[in-house]
Design a protein around this ligand. Structure first.
Ligand SMILES: [Zn+2]
Length: 344
């Protein structure tokens, strides 16, 4: 996700964080929100910027406990509290895997590495150096988010290089007891993205490569941010996921979905729809801002979350994690690059 997020209340409000963390959750602002998904898999709400229900991490419990996605740096204490309630202490966590290095997925990597000194931090080799030295990643995020960066994502602390294990295009993470996660390189959303298939459960951790899923409505929307988005590459990654025949998809935004084949088919369709709409806006001579507005309106009917009368907080989830500005901006950037490459 790369789009500036709307604030839940005014940035000047002294009660901002209380509002953000209590909204929609009856268990109180600081109680861990953990959901047992079966097969020793637990979903953890990592509460990016205090928002409930938009960023998920997962613990796979066993003799070698593994965390998938850290959430942001300010999420690290939230994750630690969740792991504690699941019986995983500071010396217990064996591995941490991030599907890619965007800050809503990996921003807590340095903090989590410090909290769990025995854990190996696993990432695709194209992301590894940015976890060891986040300065360039943070500088480019600062350009995108400006003053909102700190509130939304905090600061990714460096991960000691000797704690990082870089994955090639296929790889494996040992979960203990003969169970493992197989990793599959899946670029398109980001060039450092992997999907992870659980050998025991058949769960596939899809990161953002299959888009953003809204469990409240079953909506699926693509996640096509700049600067890496590429249509054919993204479609190939979704096709790769389908070929793995997973039993369930675990979205980082947000949660499990079992209608696997239909959702992955929809994911490909969504990519084509958004690319076609953005191409149409460019062909009509619109600038980017007007293109965003047009594509937002043209695609709106596809999503129950955006229907008249739908709860506004559900619609807001889309804008927070796969905003139209981010999606159209990523497609636009890719189209411009393609034009430049072809000399048009
Ligand atoms: Zn994301």
């Amino acid at each position: 996700m790369r789009t500036p997020l709307s604030s839940p209340v005014s940035d000047n409000s002294p009660v901002r964080d209380d509002n953000a963390t209590t909204d929609g959750n009856s268990t109180g602002p600081h109680a861990p929100d953990v959901t047992d998904l079966g097969n020793d898999v637990f979903q953890i709400d990592t509460r990016m910027a205090g928002y409930p229900g938009i960023t998920a991490g997962y613990l796979i419990r066993g003799s070698r406990p593994c965390l998938v996605e850290t959430g942001t740096a300010p999420s690290a204490p939230v994750v630690r509290d969740a792991l504690r309630t699941l019986g995983v202490g500071p010396a217990d966590l064996a591995s941490v895997v991030v599907t890619h290095i965007h800050l809503d997925h990996a921003g807590g990597a340095g903090d989590i590495a410090a909290m769990y000194p025995a854990a190996e931090i696993v990432v695709h080799n194209r992301g590894a150096r940015h976890l060891a030295d986040p300065s360039r990643l943070m500088a480019s995020a600062k350009m995108v988010y400006g003053d909102a960066l700190d509130r939304l994502f905090g600061t990714l602390a460096p991960v000691p290089a000797d704690r990082i294990r870089a994955l090639d295009d296929v790889g494996a993470v040992d979960l203990g007891g003969g169970r493992s996660l197989a990793s599959y390189y899946s670029p398109g959303h980001a060039k450092h993205h992997v999907g992870l298939l659980d050998s025991l459960s058949g769960d596939l951790y899809v990161g953002d490569a299959a888009g953003v899923y809204i469990p409240d409505t079953g909506d699926l929307r693509p996640a096509t941010p700049p600067p890496d988005f590429d249509l054919s590459v993204a479609v190939s990654s979704v096709r790769l996921f389908a070929s793995l025949e997973p039993s369930r998809l675990l979205f980082s935004h947000y949660g499990p979905a079992t209608d696997v084949a239909a959702i992955l088919e929809r994911s490909v369709e969504e990519l084509h729809v958004w690319v076609a709409a953005t191409e149409g806006a460019r062909a009509a001579g619109l600038d980017l801002d007007h293109a965003v507005a047009m594509v937002r309106e043209q695609t709106r009917w596809r999503y129950a979350s955006l229907a008249d009368g739908a709860p506004p907080e559900v619609a807001e989830k889309f804008e927070r994690i796969s905003g139209a500005a981010s999606n159209v901006g990523g497609i636009w950037h890719w189209l411009e690059k393609a034009d430049a490459d072809s000399g048009r």
